[in-house]
Design a protein around this ligand. Structure first.
Ligand code: BG6
Length: 522
């Protein structure tokens, strides 16, 4: 007798079908041989994110059967040292066999980023690998740029001149920062476009690879009840909150040039907002989805200074303040916290504030979307809690809807309760892919829907550039000074008043989630 299907298998079989991307166009490289080149292979991003994601795909058997991964960077190291670096953030104890096999497909070449000779050496190495494959195999190549922005243009051009495959398909993956404002972003895009077509370019915003963000499309458009209620008639305000319980330790020099708005709001949180707020796309095809995202972003006017609250953390409880970092100038006004209110001028959302809050060195690490509905029309109830739909992106994926229900017993008293979908309880044996695994997998399949198109970036920068220029002292009036908050606080002291200004009502203090039991007081 065969054993019953596991939870994940059962769900997969029953799942409502979404036309797969393969059915929409055969761009997948999965069933052909592939050379993956990681440029910047000795750096932090590669070791913390790229190699663990490639390993994750490898152990799940989601890389092509015939695949080679070639690291390229300036550091001179032998294969053994490179393997150590590539495995540094992989749990080799949990996966001893798989990690051993993984190193067999890894090799490394060192060379400069700004000279052809390095890329020519790289090309010879890739060629040698590809020459061992059958003659009729296409020579597909995926280049992953895990390098700082100062090197983007040189690396993209060097690869195009020297390592571009004429006998297969080429894709290049790049990651933020895409400039520092509208103008620098346009410069960067046009220098890259000179070499790589839009179709070949995959711009990562790793928030688009997170499971809960990917779920937004299904939640919104697969549920009449949600799609019908998410609009200005019912929603009071939407909050998108990003909190980290650690500061910029060790990254102060980099961070000071960017600040929290460029680091997180203009990209990760705005991308999340656009998927949450966009209209229903014609299909799940990448261009249909991205068209809708651009459309909704174009309805957002530039953020005004008065719709912004800035903060910067200072030392507390033995933890260093932002400016205690030697690489941060003493007079830095770079925000490590920002509260922003955005408005979408379209028929669905007109007048509904979208409050973005992002901060480093706060009281906890959490990212969530909170849709707060309007008050019930007064009359029969006094003081009844508002409905809320909360979608927690991390640390654990959870969706819960706060409703009012009668407290069981003789009296008629309403209390807030939750409809609760906690992923780890509901999907017990599902191993959720990391954002980078999901996105590299998409890039191999040729599914661009979760990558950022050039016009999305342009419109995203238009929303933020005037505000950023004002903070940088390039706008009219003096530079704003962020409000100090202690390391480990909930934010600057004005942060609660900031949300309240846009209509957010904090639940009663005695409400906590998850609530396991309520004193029924029968
Ligand atoms: C990065 C930012 O893009 O995203 C970091 O540069 C931030 O400052 C990080 O910590 C957050 O990503 P995640 O996946 O940890 O939420």
């Amino acid at each position: 007798m065969s054993s019953p299907p596991r939870d994940s298998e059962r769900l997969r079989r029953k799942r409502g079908s979404i036309p797969s991307m393969e059915a929409l166009g055969d761009d997948s490289l999965k069933d052909q041989s592939l050379s993956i080149v990681v440029v910047g292979a000795s750096g932090d991003l590669a070791s913390k994110k790229t190699f663990p994601a490639l390993f994750g795909l490898f152990r799940r058997d989601l890389l092509p059967k015939d695949v080679a991964i070639i690291g390229y960077a300036r550091t001179d190291m032998d294969d053994e040292k490179f393997h150590k670096k590539a495995l540094a953030h992989i749990d080799t104890k949990k996966y001893p066999e798989e990690s051993k096999k993984f190193t067999k497909i890894l090799s490394y070449i060192h060379g400069p980023y700004d000279k052809d000779e390095g890329y020519q050496k790289l090309e010879a190495h890739i060629d040698e690998i590809e020459n061992k494959r059958p003659d009729n195999e296409p020579r597909n190549r995926l280049f992953y740029l895990a390098v700082p922005p100062t090197v983007f243009a040189d690396a993209a051009a060097g690869l195009k001149r020297n390592c571009y495959s004429r006998k297969g398909r080429n894709r290049i993956i790049i990651e933020k920062p895409f400039g520092k404002d509208l103008e620098t972003c346009r410069e960067l895009l046009s220098s890259l476009k000179g070499e790589w077509s839009e179709d070949e370019t995959y711009r990562i915003d790793h928030y688009l690879g997170k499971e809960m963000v990917k779920n937004l499309l299904v939640l919104r458009f697969g549920n009449i009840v949600l799609d019908a209620t998410l609009n200005k008639n019912n929603v009071s305000n939407v909050q998108i909150t990003f909190k980290e319980s650690f500061g910029t330790e060790g990254r102060g020099g980099y961070f000071d040039e960017f600040g929290i708005i460029r680091d997180v709001c203009q990209n990760h949180l705005l991308q999340t907002l656009s998927v949450l707020a966009m209209e229903r796309p014609v299909s799940f095809a990448a261009e249909d989805i991205r068209d809708e995202k651009v459309k909704v972003l174009r309805c957002i006017p530039p953020i005004k200074a008065e719709d912004c609250l800035l903060g910067q953390y200072v030392a507390a409880d033995g933890k260093p303040g932002y400016k205690d970092d030697d690489t941060v100038p003493d007079d830095s006004n770079t925000p490590t916290y920002a509260g922003l209110a955005l408005f979408i001028n379209n028929p669905r959302w007109e007048g509904v504030p979208f409050i973005m809050k992002a901060g480093k060195a706060l009281n906890e690490s959490k990212v969530e979307i909170r849709v707060q509905f309007k008050d019930v029309t007064s009359g029969i109830f006094t003081d009844i809690a508002r409905n809320e739909l909360v979608m927690r992106i991390q640390p654990d994926e959870v969706i819960y809807m706060k409703l009012n229900s009668k407290l069981p017993g003789f009296e008629t008293k309403a209390i807030p309760v939750e409809l609760n979908l906690t992923y780890k309880d509901r999907f017990t044996d599902v191993d959720i892919p990391t954002a980078y695994e999901a996105l590299i997998h998409d890039a191999i399949k040729g599914d661009r829907s979760n990558f950022v198109r050039d016009d999305e970036l342009d419109v995203a920068w238009k929303i933020f550039t005037p505000l950023l220029h004002w903070i940088d002292g390039k706008g009219p009036g003096p530079k704003p000074q962020p409000e100090a908050y202690p390391y480990g606080a909930r934010g600057p002291k004005d942060s609660a008043a900031f949300s309240a200004k846009y209509g957010y009502k904090r639940p009663d203090d005695d409400y906590t989630w998850p609530t396991t039991s309520v004193q029924a007081n029968l």
